[in-house]
Design a protein around this ligand. Structure first.
Ligand code: ADP
Length: 539
């Protein structure tokens, strides 16, 4: 069938032909399939490439329910874009995979995959079989990773100051870059507080993130313990408990509810008084059990009756109600207490321990939190993020998460390569050099891979307002001449292309993973010969 052709004009008056196929194709094969898949992948990569680097632009995404997100985090952009095509989903999973394993480099991996696919398409159009291209890329990947390993350097992780500088570099491209130093310190101290330096590992489960809208981003802080987003149940309870013994309750401080179907008729003063006395006795017994256990602070997952609350106040035991399930669990782990489901189970050995529990007022009188510090398990910390609204809070969380990932990755493996496209340039040059002694077809695949790597310095330069082609040529010539793998794009216009002195580096593991994932997905797409899409509906 002939496609319908429509003539339209763009905003500059230039004619544009719009082809509207009468019937949406459901089956694509051979070169057509490859071309269509690569088209989708490169358009996705093109969208995120403008977010790459310290001068990358942010994206405003409005989801189907009208929710707003402002971010420059690759994995988030990809997830929120929610591409309907399977290839788009594949590229999204690429970014997520990098995010899950490493935490940063989520934009770079997509941009690189897009460039690899674009170059592969050119080769395929010139008659080289996709499988030969895929194999050539595999060879190029081996050369690239070997070069990365050889050019990597060891980073001294025992130096807090150095780690802060690294975290500052990561945070430099994020919205929260106004409070760089403070945010970087929070990220580094959070990771160092929970890190097991002997086993060289960091358990992120021990770093809790709590966000609270209101306040300024600079009010964000690290608390060496837990934060409950609530206040004490009675305004006159002591604001502070030292050496707290904490009862962690999963039972409400309320009288038992009558079963459904029963009616309780209170039609006389006597009956009311009798009911009141029974309830009173019930609460007194509960609070007595709490007192007898030696508890000096109560956290309850459920509600309290006012009467019970008053009794706790009289007993001098501050309390928190309606704590979230994960707060209760975190508290039990942090303070070494047990979660109690029956008052009879309360005993001194079930109580958690913390050096200081405090109710804090934030800015206004109505905004309060409860902090629990000096817990028995000292390794649990909370990053308490403040910001004017949810959008800021979410982006701050993502940025801090990226920075913490970089610090954790350095602790796991302190090998680093240089950023600003320096590592890509170095690998690209090494591949070009290796081309002399291979067959012509392989040579072309290797060259394509080398050129695809150049997309990173090119995008960084473009996003920073530099001339991309000239910058690339200059940097390549300089690296070739000096053999210095630290020469990269001076995005911040500091007057030097030496990424070593600019402290722009990335972990070797992150860069290797980026190269591997991007190549893997490219090979995967190259190997697809036919795609049949039964979900594709006619518009
Ligand atoms: P990703 O999500 O891939 O981590 P980013 O937007 O954080 O993407 O950008 C990372 C890229 O920016 C890397 O190539 C990194 O080397 C580079 N980069 C970061 N900071 C700087 C800087 N100050 N100068 C030059 N390049 C930088």
């Amino acid at each position: 069938k002939q496609p319908q052709i429509m003539l339209a004009h763009d905003e500059n008056g230039a004619p544009v032909l719009i082809l509207r196929e009468e019937e949406k194709r459901k089956r694509l094969s051979g070169a057509e399939a490859l071309s269509s898949h690569i088209g989708i992948a490169t358009s996705v990569a093109g969208t995120v490439s403008t977010s790459l680097g310290p001068k990358g632009r942010d994206k405003l995404i409005i989801d189907s329910s009208g929710g707003l997100t402002i971010t420059n985090d690759g994995a988030t952009i990809m997830t929120k874009m929610d591409s309907p095509s399977q290839i788009g989903k594949l590229i999204t999973s690429l970014s997520k995979c990098q995010d899950f394993e490493i935490g940063d480099g989520t934009t770079g991996v997509v941009v690189l995959a897009g460039a690899l696919l674009e170059h592969a398409l050119k080769l395929s159009k010139s008659g080289i079989h996709p499988i030969r291209i895929a194999d050539g890329f595999e060879t190029a990947l081996k050369i690239a990773t070997k070069t990365l390993e050889e050019s990597s350097e060891k980073f001294m992780i025992d130096n807090r100051e150095k780690l802060i500088e690294v975290a500052m570099t990561t945070l430099g491209s994020k919205i929260i870059n106004k409070n760089l130093r403070q945010m970087a310190e929070i990220a580094v101290d959070a990771v160092l507080s929970v890190a097991d330096l002997e086993r060289r590992d960091v358990d992120f489960e021990l770093i809790k993130i709590r966000k609270k809208a209101g306040g300024k981003i600079e009010d964000t802080r690290l608390i060496k313990g837990l934060v409950l987003d609530t206040d004490f149940t009675h305004s006159q309870m002591a604001k502070e408990v030292k050496d707290a013994k904490i009862a962690i309750l999963n039972v409400p401080l309320e009288p038992p509810k009558p079963e459904i179907g029963y009616k309780l008729i209170v039609d006389s003063v006597e009956k009311y008084e009798s009911l009141y006395t029974t309830e009173q006795a019930f609460f007194t017994e509960m609070v007595d059990k709490i007192k007898a256990s030696g508890a000096t602070f109560v956290v309850c997952q459920w509600g309290f009756d006012d009467e019970a609350n008053h009794l706790l106040y009289q007993a001098g035991i501050p309390a928190v109600r309606w704590a979230l399930a994960d707060e209760i669990e975190g508290l039990a782990i942090a303070t070494g207490g047990s979660i109690i489901s029956r008052f009879d189970d309360l005993s001194p050995s079930t109580l958690g321990n913390a050096k200081l529990v405090r109710e804090e007022t934030l800015g206004t009188q109505t905004d309060r939190i409860v902090t629990i510090e000096g817990c028995e398990n000292e390794k649990i910390v909370t990053v308490f993020i403040r910001g004017s609204n949810e959008i800021m809070l979410d982006e701050a969380e993502r940025a801090l998460h990226d920075a913490m990932c970089v610090v954790r990755n350095l602790i796991r493996d302190p090998s680093i390569v240089f950023g600003g496209g320096a590592a890509e340039l170095c690998a690209s040059l090494a591949i070009e050099q290796s081309m002399e002694d291979v067959s012509t077809v392989e040579q072309r695949a290797l060259r394509a891979f080398a050129e695809a790597l150049d997309v990173i310095p090119i995008s960084l330069a473009r996003n920073s307002g530099l001339d991309p082609i000239k910058t690339l040529a200059d940097l390549k010539a300089k690296q070739k001449l000096t053999k210095d793998s630290a020469i990269g794009v001076d995005c911040m216009e500091r007057g030097t292309t030496d990424m070593r002195s600019q402290l722009v580096f990335e972990t070797l593991s992150s860069k290797v993973q980026q190269f591997q994932l991007a190549t893997q997905v490219t090979r995967m797409i190259l190997k697809i010969d036919t795609s049949i899409d039964f979900t594709d509906k006619e518009e």
